[in-house]
Ligand binder design. Sequence first.
Ligand code: FEO
Ligand code: CA
Ligand code: CA
Ligand code: CA
Length: 632
Amino acid sequence: GGDGPGSGAVVGTKNVARSLEDRVLIPSDYSASVLFATGDLINAAGGDKKLQDITGDEMAVRAGDHHDGMYYFGLNAAGALDRNGSDRGVIAINFENINQQFLHAAGATVDASGNRTVADEVVKEINAHGVGLIEVKKNAGKFEVVAGSALSRRITPETEAKFAGPVAGSKWVKTKYSTDGLKSRGTLNNCAYGYTPWGTYLTCEENWAGYFDNASEAAPGVEYSRYGISKGQKGSYRWATAGSDDRFARWQLNSVGADASADYRNEANTFGWVVEIDPINAAVTPVKRTTFGRMAHECAYPSIITAGKKFAFYMGDDARFEYVYKFVPNKAWDAADATGGVSAGDKYLNDGVLYVAKYNADGTGTWIPLVAGTGALTAANGFADQAEVLVKTRAAADAVGATKMDRPEWCTVDHGSGDVFITLTNNTNRGVGTNPGVDAVNPRAANAYGEVLRMREAGSDPAATSFAWTIFVFGSPATLAASNLSELTADNDFGSPDGLWADPRGLLWIQTDNPHGNDMGKLCNNQMLVTIPPSAFDVKPVIKRFLVGPTQCELTGIDITPDGKTMFVNIQHPGEDTAAADVNAADSNAASKYSSAWPYDRSDATKAGTKAGRPRSATLVITKKDGGVIGF
Ligand code: FEO
Ligand code: CA
Ligand code: CA
Ligand code: CA
């Protein structure tokens, strides 16, 4: 093996070398520019305000922070969805989290107890989270944000969402805001993504559990504790302490009496879902599709969709020793629904089976259904009905004996073979102390560099209940012979694969979120690699490094226009390790206390410069200098 079609055909003639520079590096026959960055107006070009000068309310109409999963919806000249639209589109993009230290003049303002004392700072942080729908258009051959677009809008943790599926209306999601449990406010920590064959976007709520204060005297139930919410925990940004207004108080899971509708005890049950969004119609309320289960959601990525056949969405739950899942709608695909929007979502996504994966040592595996009343999922075991199974998805997966994985991040599906690829980003606790030990599919103890897993459904049927698996590539610095199981070299070594995308032409793109301080991080900033999966299941791929990002960034989020000529890629949190104490109102970072100040030149993301401002997450536009097709 080792000599697949990726050996010569992909991305020009050369790999990009490792880099620790504070800039973007790409092959010399490509260009990269910034389309929009944190704090930019979403319906006008440019960063016309310093990050620290943007108010809380203003942030709700600007690009949020920590650009993550993203999907380009092509539009025709009339503004309708068009799967061939390569000159105009709406980018649906997740704003996962924030670099709090860069949002305010000199860090967050707190009192001696760490409580927030400036409400507008908290409003700004809340509004920097969520999702953006941002219209972009080619002008003189180059994509830019459309000025005055009627399509561009933000969805934040304050935007109303509906519940659908078995959890809707259940006791678990009855809140002060929604006493009937049919709606909630907003979406939070939106990480990876998915899309549907009926023209909608799926955004996935990942690390929502850390945002809540929990002063409740009762020990949290499994629906909280299994997601890491502990008694007495303090939220990462202490939003709950900013005031008694509902916008802040909802982040405190206090239980004040018998009536849940009087308090916020269930707020955290309203997060951890996959949310369906109409990309071009603001009048359609986002819908939390509870059939996908509740977890630290990564992708909800669709299988190959075939008329008259069942299909699936693949998902990871990104925490150490969590699981891989898929959701299979009960109804087979009817191509007449291709423009159905969220109404088609009501048809396919409220009724189906959630499965969790069990990997066997012999390279086979089983999808175990998580259905109330079957197997271990009985009322006696704490699963009274399907709503309870879904709210307690992790506990349900525990009960059926699924395989505990090394942090499942993104999933993608090869358009030719239908094979599923999943990043297992790392798990430094594997086999350490009392933690679970190695197994066939998680074979490295103290797994610092992760791997990419390949799966093939039985009969290539997305609805199959069994599959084959193999490890596609192990991450490792080439310099660590003991961990370099895939024989990577200085030209293509990487750690902690995270973003992953099989593009429509058959190229597989791997994006990394490697810790900056480990042996790989000392060699190279986070990066994006590309390969063509060999058609034979077990053949080792030839991998090329395509892009290296600026200092302390993560690469996450990628899409390409249908003509293959424009690629969108996200640079998340450059300079994230800059100490809050080193951030100052004047941005006087001449002594280089800001670890990054990228982007330096929006028209050329590969340029470095003098650190004269704050770093920003950003969406790149990548094109080939000759105007050709990306990757070939
Ligand atoms: Fe937000 Fe698991 O990455
Ligand atoms: Ca991720
Ligand atoms: Ca990650
Ligand atoms: Ca990140």
